[in-house]
Write a protein that binds this ligand. Structure first.
Ligand code: KIV
Length: 287
């Protein structure tokens, strides 16, 4: 059965919520079949699919293209589209325009955006337009230039308090859940205990309401050296499997063990004789 926003909210204090990124039709199919609660079409698309160094370069149009591919898979999971950098930073009107494209054209069920009380006006505009909003606090990759890199956030009493206040603000603005990324476990636990909407952690310890990972990190679809974040658990080695498959294909075609008769089409109504005649005709035409 299709997961809904109220269903996800009701899972707090019931069971752990699962969230996974997906960026296209096959990954959405797989995530849905695994009955993951939420698919996030994350702006991590920029790095894991489009090959950029960070998330700042991915555009609204690129994100929308992938949101559409994901929703074509008709996943049972709730689909949340990630608002890319500069799609929600100027005015509430522009933010609403961009988010509504994800809902109307992309058929997403909600949107996610990074940042706390700074984004108050933008979140209000979306909530007033009946667009479910997921917040994102802590290590917000779109702020990497301000943070001076991908640094764990909330490691002083002042910063931890600021994070808690931001979480309370996001709840009061009407967000239905909050991603907590790259924060000390004790801070994530304290935030989780003090708000009534679910928290979904990535590098935020165990005591949160849900967990999220990036699809390509989980299936091992990058070369090993890229998978270096402490919070990642690799569940399979798809990159190596794909490279092995490519090597086997190359080997097969060089040795002519593929394709075999079983992979080829028979001549249908063509007989040996009319093939001979046809070849003669071809020679004549070419001479
Ligand atoms: O873009 C993304 O994949 C994310 C998750 C890591 C939460 O924002």
């Amino acid at each position: 059965m299709k997961k809904t926003v109220p269903k996800i909210v009701s899972l707090k204090n019931d069971r752990v919520i699962s969230m996974m990124t997906a960026y296209d039709y096959p990954s959405a199919k797989a995530v849905s079949e695994a009955e993951i609660d939420i698919i996030l079409v994350g702006d991590s698309l920029a790095q894991v699919v489009l090959g950029h160094d960070d998330t700042l370069s991915v555009t609204m149009d690129e994100m929308l293209h992938h949101v559409k591919a994901v929703t074509r898979a008709k996943p049972v999971s709730l689909v949340v589209a990630d608002m890319p950098y500069m799609s929600f930073h100027s005015t509430p009107k522009e933010t609403l325009h961009n988010a509504s494209r994800f809902i109307q054209e992309g058929k997403a069920d909600g949107v996610k955006l990074e940042g706390g009380s700074k984004r108050k006006n933008m979140i209000e505009a979306l909530v007033n337009a009946e667009i479910p909003v997921m917040g994102h606090l802590g290590l917000t990759p779109q702020s990497k230039n301000v943070m001076g890199g991908y640094k764990i956030q909330g490691r002083t009493l002042e910063l931890a308090t600021q994070l808690l206040e931001d979480a309370i603000t996001l709840e009061s603005l009407g967000c239905f859940a909050i991603v907590l990324e790259g924060v000390p476990s004790i801070v994530a636990e304290t935030v989780t205990e003090n708000i009534s909407i679910p928290t979904i952690g990535i590098g935020a310890g165990v005591k949160v309401d849900g967990q999220v990972l990036v699809y390509h990190d989980l299936i091992g679809m990058k070369s090993k050296e890229y998978i270096d974040a402490k919070f990642v658990k690799r569940y399979s080695n798809q990159y190596e499997n794909v490279v092995d498959s490519m090597k086997s294909f190359k080997n097969d075609i060089e040795k002519q063990t593929f394709p075999t008769e079983n992979h080829s089409y028979d001549a249908g109504e063509l007989t040996e004789n009319n093939i001979k005649e046809w070849k003669k005709e071809v020679k004549k035409i070419l001479s």
